[in-house]
Ligand binder design. Structure first.
Ligand SMILES: [Zn+2]
Length: 96
């Protein structure tokens, strides 16, 4: 089993307040895989519905993350609403 962790910050679009989170606080779901030359490329969606602690605005954190080859985060992109999220996740391998 694996999980993504690491510092994540988001800046509220309304008040520009910055909040610190960890990727492991997000819901993490595998949403698909493509077969490529070096094996599967797996696509994960990391999401969290929250609210800005300063102004209360709704924030939907969403990160799309692609693991390819296995064990390497090839690409990630922020698709959050209500805020701009920044961070570089890393892969934690957990004991089953
Ligand atoms: Zn705010």
């Amino acid at each position: 089993m694996k999980r993504f962790s690491g510092e994540l910050q988001y800046e509220c679009n309304e008040c520009k307040h910055t909040t610190q989170l960890d990727f492991k606080d997000l819901d993490q779901e595998s949403v698909g895989a493509d077969d490529r030359q070096m094996g599967p490329e797996e696509h994960f969606e990391l999401t969290l519905d929250t609210a800005c602690p300063q102004c209360g605005a709704d924030v939907s954190i969403k990160y799309d993350l692609y693991e390819y080859p296995i064990g390497v985060i090839n690409m990630f992109e922020d698709g959050s609403r209500g805020a701009v999220a920044k961070g570089s996740p890393s892969i934690d391998h957990l004991d089953d």
